[in-house]
Ligand binder design. Sequence first.
Ligand code: SAM
Ligand code: SF4
Length: 340
Amino acid sequence: MTHPIAFPALTSSVEQNTSQLVDQFGRYKQKLRISLTDRCNFHCAYCMPDHPQWLAKKDLLSFEELFRFCQVMVQLGIEHIRLTGGEPLMRQGVVHFIRDLQQLKTQGLKRISMTSNAFYLKKHAVALKQAGLDDINISLDSIQANTFFAMTQKNIEPVLEGIAAAQQAGLKIKLNCVVLADKNASEIVELTQWAYQQQLPLRFIEYMPLDQPEHWQRHKVISEDEIIQQLKPYFQIQKQQRQHDPATIYRLNDHYELGVISTISKPFCQSCNRLRLTATGELFTCLFANTGTALRDLLQPNREQFLLATIRQAVWHKKAGFIAQQQAPLRKISMHAIGG
Ligand code: SAM
Ligand code: SF4
């Protein structure tokens, strides 16, 4: 399957005419994902390399550097910051950082979110809510203990306890499930029914070639259409008009929202409004980019003009995306390091 680039490049005069971040295809950037650490206590089959080599602590951006970066990005039009990883709850100081980020809400920031495996969430749920976290996406690939273990190498109980604690704390939750043909594809209906009963919105994610090289194979991907086919006998399903969200939203039985992120079968690169920062301070303009732009040296005091110019340049040159390249990026770092 090939996808022509359906969106033309602009001239650089557009870049000069805006105070916001825009790329050469006219895609404005409002969303930023920050990887707080590459470390993770899980070993998900679709994410973690067999032998991960963790970054040294000194190589991680400090919270001061991260805050400076966020401040600049909010000036440049970023409205939504998501903290991710690795596992963001393994980075000490994350709750304080969320509290600090609240200051940026007077400058244009609208939402602070997190994506987590929820293993440590029971302990932190109340503090996260009190610090002002607006919402949390929780990875849950199965509710069967054995399948869950086979996919993550961890027990499911702490995760279910983490979800319950977040519900009790009043955190807004969405569940994420990556579907693998040979692991959890036969549990799509069961997981949906469970999430439906819990009234927790669920999003299925097509398996992307972002794990260790040569791991991903197309036949392991379960597509959006296949997912919806499986659910049809059990729910009345209505597809919703696509908005800016990367997920296609379906309404089940007139009230429950199910999303499917179909990067592989229906790439949504034309409307991509996201940027990513790795834990070492590299700006990746696309999940599928081969290289990032190192910003750490520019996050020191008095270098703001260079920082702004470098970010603008990097964003302007953002490529079309998976829609054009249709293959895994040629780089060493996998999803756990770039920050999903
Ligand atoms: N550890 C946290 C978690 O699992 O939620 C946050 C980091 S994880 C890299 C962020 C998201 O990326 C998760 O929802 C995970 O399911 C998704 N992800 C990781 N590898 C993926 C892949 N190869 N294809 C699709 N989604 C993937
Ligand atoms: Fe860890 Fe999240 Fe990757 Fe799973 S998906 S290995 S929990 S970073």
